[in-house]
Write a protein that binds this ligand. Structure first.
Ligand code: MRU
Length: 351
């Protein structure tokens, strides 16, 4: 299953707001459609957002009326700005846009054919999409070594094929362990308020045939205390230089509970989720979303009208609760900063 693809000069996405009951494809014909799909979470999950934004830049170039390369570069500026304004927390969004912008500037220096720049930008977006799948498979291999036969693992939010281009990060690790023949069982947090666990992770695991049990978020501690959880695997939307992990709201509670119960807690990320410009998680911007996500479920009100609501979409787990960070360049253990700098340097070809 591929979450994002280019077809007939249009970006296609699986609409994740409609899953699991309806499988609907969204067709984005210009970059504002891509921006809208990211902002409304028709597409979500940090790596998926990054690749979708890259396709958004390619689509913006495709639709721009420019005849000359300088005009095309000028017309790409609002494309970058619009896409950057969609969601603030997942650093992969900015990674994808910045990669495309640098690439556009570099290829523009070598040609005076605007259509060639368009073709190359699309090829670059396709390359980033393919690279994402390969990256996930590598993380799967590294992470699966941490899962033993017979383990019960707990996961929060959705980190499967839907959250990337294909395969998954934390769910990719679980999937890789399963594909290696390990008998595992997955506790799936429902992940209020957007229900990525109940709607998306449960759907993906059931399709894959991996044994799982759906629980509401407040049940995790109960099963941990009873010795029924052996490890926790989550993704991340941004990890700071010191290893603090910003991930879906509720992750912090899971990490503290895991620590209290002596259960290892792993975050699984591609290197593009690292933001070494931030010293700690305190500096990571946390998205605040529409109160209706809390007061309504699938359009049905569950709280008194007019109630005051907070809806932070992410929280930060301090590095002391993180056992290890699984990346596509290997597993990094505390103290994190040196190891995280090494994997970034390796992926930039600097070592
Ligand atoms: O708000 P979302 O659904 O985009 O948040 C997604 C998460 O928090 C995931 O855990 C994270 O992006 C890692 S996905 C591979």
């Amino acid at each position: 299953m591929r979450t994002i693809w280019w077809q007939d000069q249009t970006v296609h996405l699986i609409d994740q707001t409609k899953l699991p009951h309806q499988e609907i494809i969204v067709e984005c014909r210009d970059y504002p459609d891509v921006a809208n799909a990211i902002a409304t979470m028709q597409i979500r999950g940090a790596p998926a957002i990054g690749v979708t934004a890259a396709y958004g830049v390619a689509l913006g170039a495709w639709r721009a009326p420019a005849d000359s390369v300088p005009d095309l570069l000028a017309q790409l500026q609002p494309v970058y700005e619009t896409l950057r304004a969609t969601r603030p927390t997942a650093v992969n969004l900015f990674w994808g846009i910045d990669k495309m912008r640098r690439y556009a500037d570099a290829v523009a220096a070598g040609t005076d054919d605007a259509d060639e720049v368009r073709r190359l930008l699309l090829a670059e977006a396709e390359r980033l999409a393919d690279e994402d799948v390969a990256t996930n498979r590598r993380m799967g291999e590294y992470g699966a070594a941490l899962i033993e036969d017979g383990m019960n693992v707990l996961t929060h939010c959705n980190t499967g094929a839907l959250a990337v281009v294909d395969y998954g990060t934390a769910l990719g690790v679980i999937r890789a362990a399963w594909e290696q023949g390990k008998h595992i069982h997955v506790w799936v947090d429902e992940t209020r308020p957007f229900l990525q666990g109940a709607r998306l992770t449960a759907w993906e695991l059931m399709k894959l045939g991996i044994p799982m049990t759906l629980i509401s978020d407040n049940m995790a501690g109960h099963f941990m205390r009873r010795g029924q959880v052996d490890a926790v695997f989550v993704g991340a939307d941004r990890i700071a230089a010191n290893g603090d992990v910003a991930n879906k709201i509720g992750t912090y509670s899971v990490a503290v509970l895991a620590h209290e119960n002596g259960i290892p807690f792993y975050s699984v990320i591609p290197v593009s989720t690292l933001d070494l410009s931030l010293a700690s998680g305190e500096q990571i911007p946390i998205e605040e979303r529409d109160p209706r996500e809390v007061t309504h479920i699938q359009g049905v009100p569950i709280a008194p009208e007019g109630v005051h609501v907070a809806n932070p979409a992410f929280d930060v787990t301090p590095n002391r609760y993180v056992t290890a960070i699984v990346t596509n360049r290997g597993v990094v253990y505390p103290p994190f900063e040196e190891g995280l700098r090494r994997v970034v340097a390796e992926s930039e070809g600097n070592v």
